[in-house]
Design a protein around this ligand. Structure first.
Ligand code: NDP
Length: 316
């Protein structure tokens, strides 16, 4: 496969503008290095890692790959300053920040020579990220799994809105799992894609095998945006998700919802494999996934499909 050149591949020094999302409990060094070694950009998801665990993953990554990689850092993480120190000490080249104000940490990361990308869900936040000095933004639409914007703007609307609002490069995310979808978002102005759900159903992902199986057997309509009164999150249907929906339908207040959620639900579901009572975060596009593949195959398939779409945009 011939390497491609645009602002995103040049910014990250990668071959194809395909980025693996940093996802809690799914994306450690094994997944990130497999994606980067295939020519995309692998990202370690720090949100579910204690500081010493993050350091260990970064060090193992460096043993497994010499290619660039990123760390995703949710800004509402409790030990964020320790994570930032480790990222700087370990010379992580790229950081994806999400779920918070980009002006807080971007200057410190930039001063350390780190490329900073912020995940946003509206044109307004994209402008803030650009003003804060970010090098690129990920425009993540309503289809996405996990934490999600309150505005509920879909990728098809969000990407062109963000591309008009900022001059830094835009990476599209939310609802993308193949090269034809990638092509569609690049026609809208994106210069790369970030895929999460596709890389959950991946051999190298650290998510529990039962979760991967549940993801590839899910159907259209099986994910719903929930917990809008706390932090909006797209959940896959199970007993826990139905309890949340019932509580929300009966007008439960934030305290009741917080009690229902408890602590460690996401770990219980996605990492420990409790498919009934755990929190299962995945995007709408899971309905299009039918197989668990190696990361290298996902990158290759996506790029080949993109090239085919480019050659025959209206089909054959
Ligand atoms: P909970 O409060 O329910 O549980 C915290 C979990 O995170 C525990 O399982 C704990 O592991 C683990 N953990 C890792 N580091 C720490 C730390 N420094 N302090 C406390 N717990 C830690 O949170 P969630 O599981 O809902 O979310 C965890 C993190 O992931 C948050 O930072 C959140 O912002 C982020 N997140 C990001 C998402 C995204 O889409 N970007 C989606 C959902 C969450 P252990 O059980 O081993 O103690």
């Amino acid at each position: 496969m011939t390497p491609f050149s645009n602002r995103i591949t040049r910014l990250f020094s990668i071959d194809y503008p395909i980025i693996q999302a940093g996802m809690i409990w799914a994306s450690g060094w094994r997944l990130a290095s497999a994606v980067s070694n295939s020519g995309g950009l692998g990202v370690i998801g720090a949100g579910s890692m204690y500081p010493d665990v993050l350091r260990a993953h970064i060090q193992k990554y460096k043993q497994a790959s010499t290619r660039p990689f990123g760390v995703n850092l949710p800004l509402l993480y409790p030990d964020i300053d320790k994570h930032i120190d480790i990222i700087i000490q370990e010379k992580v080249p790229i950081v994806f920040t999400s779920a918070g104000n980009p002006s807080l940490w971007t200057p410190r990361l930039k001063a350390a020579g780190i490329i900073v990308v912020h995940v946003i869900s509206s044109a307004k936040f994209a402008r803030k990220a650009e003003a804060a000095g970010c090098d690129a933004v990920v425009a993540e639409g309503f289809e996405a799994g996990g934490h999600n914007g309150r505005e509920e703007t879909t990728t098809l609307v969000l990407v062109p809105a963000v591309c008009s609002a900022v001059s830094i490069p835009v990476i599209a995310a939310g609802g993308i799992a193949n090269g034809r979808q990638m092509f569609a978002t690049m026609v809208l102005g994106a210069e790369g894609v970030q895929m999460g759900s596709r890389f959950v159903a991946c051999e190298e992902a650290s998510s529990h095998p039962l979760f991967k199986e549940k993801v590839i057997s899910s159907q259209e309509g099986d994910t719903k945006l929930s917990l809008k009164k706390l932090t909006p999150v797209r959940l896959l249907d199970n007993e826990f998700a139905r309890q949340v929906q019932a509580a929300e339908a009966s007008g439960a207040d934030t305290e009741t919802l917080q009690q229902l959620l408890g602590r460690g639900r996401a770990k219980k579901g996605m990492f420990e494999g409790d498919m009934a009572e755990g929190e299962l975060e995945i995007g709408q596009v899971s309905a299009l996934l039918h197989d668990i593949l190696p990361a290298a195959t996902i990158v290759r398939n996506t790029w080949n499909e993109f090239q085919q779409a480019l050659a025959h945009p209206l089909g054959s």
